[in-house]
Design a protein around this ligand. Structure first.
Ligand SMILES: [Zn+2]
Ligand SMILES: [Zn+2]
Length: 229
């Protein structure tokens, strides 16, 4: 029996509303060319990364307008939302909370640490792990962005056993795990852990430019040829 290819989804996209280089219609056009059938925009909520003022209302309205005209792609209004503490706090205001359709929870910085100077690798791993576990049990979160990725960007490997514990908890709680080739490289060990735990996979390419759309899907389909899933 022929295996079904990994679905044509892209769940991690930034436009000019935050720190991406292209406006929404251009990203949508690229997704259409690639045959993506589900596209989730996930603007940052950190103020230093977004447009000024009431940008969220404009973002939501533009998405609403685009999807009324779009027949081939399901478009969702999402946000990539960082933790503000280790007890469930998220950088998400009331108007956002009311309208957002997909919350990609993220550990981008480590609450309680004002500087990374002199902070040892064990502590970074520990803080990232605690932040990810807080996201795993947070009912507002749909998927967890690039687990372990922030540590890794700082040059500190995030142990696969920790990743596995996050996957296990998130899956038990009904949240998806993002597999993101911009952070998870090589992707295979992370995918294997997700498959082992029967996790929901959120394919995210960390798109900041149109040409990056579909990277996660493409990588997952390549791996599908090596291991069946
Ligand atoms: Zn960004
Ligand atoms: Zn992120």
């Amino acid at each position: 029996m022929a295996e079904k290819p990994f679905p044509a989804w892209e769940y991690h996209v930034h436009s000019t509303y935050s720190d991406g280089s292209a406006p929404l219609p251009e990203l949508l056009q690229r997704a259409r060319i690639l045959g993506i059938d589900r596209l989730i925009f996930t603007e940052h909520t950190e103020k230093e990364l977004t447009e000024e003022g009431e940008w969220f209302a404009r973002y939501w309205q533009e998405i609403d307008l685009l999807r009324k005209r779009e027949s081939s792609i399901t478009i969702l209004c999402g946000l990539e939302v960082p933790i503000t503490d280790y007890e469930g706090g998220l950088l998400l205001d009331e108007p956002m909370r009311d309208r957002v359709e997909f919350v990609l929870g993220a550990v981008h910085a480590y609450p309680g640490l004002s500087s990374l100077v002199g902070v040892g690798p064990e502590e970074l791993v520990e803080r990232e792990f605690r932040g990810l576990m807080a996201l795993a049990v947070n009912p507002l979160v749909d998927a967890i962005a690039h687990p372990g990725g922030t540590c890794q960007r700082l040059g500190v490997p995030f142990p696969l056993q920790h990743f596995a514990r996050v996957v296990q908890e998130a899956t038990r709680q009904g949240r998806a795990i993002e597999l993101n080739p911009a952070y998870h490289s090589p992707l295979l060990p992370y995918l294997e852990i997700c498959l082992q735990h029967d996790a929901w996979i959120s394919p995210g390419s960390n798109v900041h430019h149109p040409e990056e759309i579909g990277w996660a899907m493409h990588n997952l389909r390549k791996l599908q040829k090596k291991i069946k899933f």
